[in-house]
Design a protein around this ligand. Structure first.
Ligand SMILES: *Cc1c(COP(=O)(O)O)cnc(C)c1O
Length: 389
């Protein structure tokens, strides 16, 4: 790792820092206002003319949202950040700020299913070309990005959790003038900081680990100041998918414990991976370990397992007592999502079908419960749902 990374404060320290902006208050006040007034004609005119940067209107600027944005910029070691109403608002606003008809997006296979639908159902009809590539192709083919406006990446990707060496892909992209975007929701800045690996833009679903409490839907984008300014000016302002002050407050609260929670998720994940890996009723465990690619320093609690043919998956799901059935992930509670349910999801453009995810796969989000209790629950459900060979 470059020297400047080890020299900077650790992420736990950054996320515990108290902002000097709120008169000694350690938690940011919720500034629940739509607009901000001005003392004089001159002050109002200066703001509208862009000569000052005081808050004007909460669609674009709000002090509680700014507190969250500053924390995330520090956490990802970026210059600036912008909050959004959801991860999908962050993703769509980022892509729409930079891509025009005739441009090509090179996207990783097994991308988050609604990002795939954004590309296929909205952007393709507007004349944007989208090509999909395996993680190895991004790494090993230096010319893959020739002529691509934007590379849309996840490492690890969704459902199957394949990783790529982001610094290698970033250097290919730089040679072709391709803008790189990485969805870092899985690793969080605690385990991976893509901007330090040469990636241009990090997007997050803040609804997952950043919030951590399954009570918020939000998104955030972190990048160089000029890129964030373009997103703010174009797609935040014109599409209007802003983060609300109350959600921003919940996120600053969640971020205070992010480091501690991620370490706990990692230790539970390591514990379960060890037991699952040798188990006769589990045929595959899909969970990248710390250090499996450069820059990935930890394993989060979201993984998939492929169950043996003898397991009746609906019976298995119904036999679990601690793991709940549901979408989303990254909260305090453990969840499972059987891939077959996602494969059968109603509506157009199913990326799980397109990229060939096996119906034997079950995604697990390991929460903050005792790992022994989780394993006991999981193993009992395996036994209860195994048919005779
Ligand atoms: C959930 C998720 C999103 C979308 O975020 P929302 O906050 O639900 O809009 C994007 N990327 C990944 C990897 C996700 O898991």
């Amino acid at each position: 790792m470059p020297d400047h990374i080890s020299a900077s404060p650790s992420i736990e320290t950054l996320l515990a820092a108290v902002s000097s902006e709120f008169d000694g208050a350690v938690a940011p006040p919720i500034v629940q206002t739509s607009l901000f007034t001005f003392d004089s004609y001159q002050a109002f005119e200066d703001r509208m003319a862009g000569r000052t940067d005081d808050p004007l209107y909460t669609r674009v600027q709000n002090p509680t949202v700014a507190a969250l944005e500053n924390m995330m910029a520090a956490a990802e070691q970026g210059e600036a950040a912008v909050g959004f109403a959801s991860g999908m608002a962050a993703i769509s606003s980022t892509v729409l700020a930079f891509v025009r008809p005739g441009d090509r997006i090179a996207c990783v296979e097994h991308v988050y299913p609604d990002a795939y639908r954004l590309f296929e159902r909205l952007l393709r009809p507007f004349g944007v070309e989208v090509t999909y590539h395996a993680v190895e192709e991004f790494q090993c083919n230096p010319d893959l990005l020739a002529g691509a406006k934007l590379a849309y990446l996840e490492s690890p990707n969704s459902a199957v959790f394949q990783t790529m060496d982001l610094s290698v892909v970033a250097s290919h992209a730089k040679r072709h003038g391709t803008l790189t975007v990485v969805d870092n929701s899985w690793a969080t800045p605690v385990f991976q900081r893509p901007l330090t690996l040469g990636i241009d833009i990090v997007v997050h679903s803040a609804s997952k680990y950043l919030s951590g409490h399954s009570d918020t839907v939000a998104g955030v984008v972190i990048a160089r100041s000029d890129l964030i300014a373009q997103i703010r000016d174009l797609s935040l302002t014109l599409l209007g998918g802003k983060l609300a002050p109350f959600e921003a407050f919940l996120l600053t609260r969640g971020l205070r414990t992010l480091g501690a929670r991620m370490r706990q998720h990692q230790s539970t994940a390591d514990f379960l991976v060890e037991r699952l890996s040798g188990h006769p009723l589990v045929s595959k465990v899909l969970s990248p370990a710390a250090g499996s690619v450069p820059g990935l320093t930890g394993r989060s609690g979201l993984m998939s397992v492929e169950l043996d043919d003898t397991i009746d998956i609906p019976n298995f799901a119904d036999a679990l007592k601690l793991f709940q059935l549901g979408v989303s992930w990254g909260g305090f509670e453990s969840l499972i999502l059987p891939a077959q349910i996602a494969l059968n999801q109603a509506g157009e453009q199913n990326s799980m079908q397109r990229f060939g995810v096996s119906g034997r796969i079950v995604r697990l989000s390991l929460g903050l419960e005792d790992p022994n209790d989780l394993w006991a629950d999981f193993e009992a459900a395996l036994k209860a749902s195994a048919r005779e060979k």
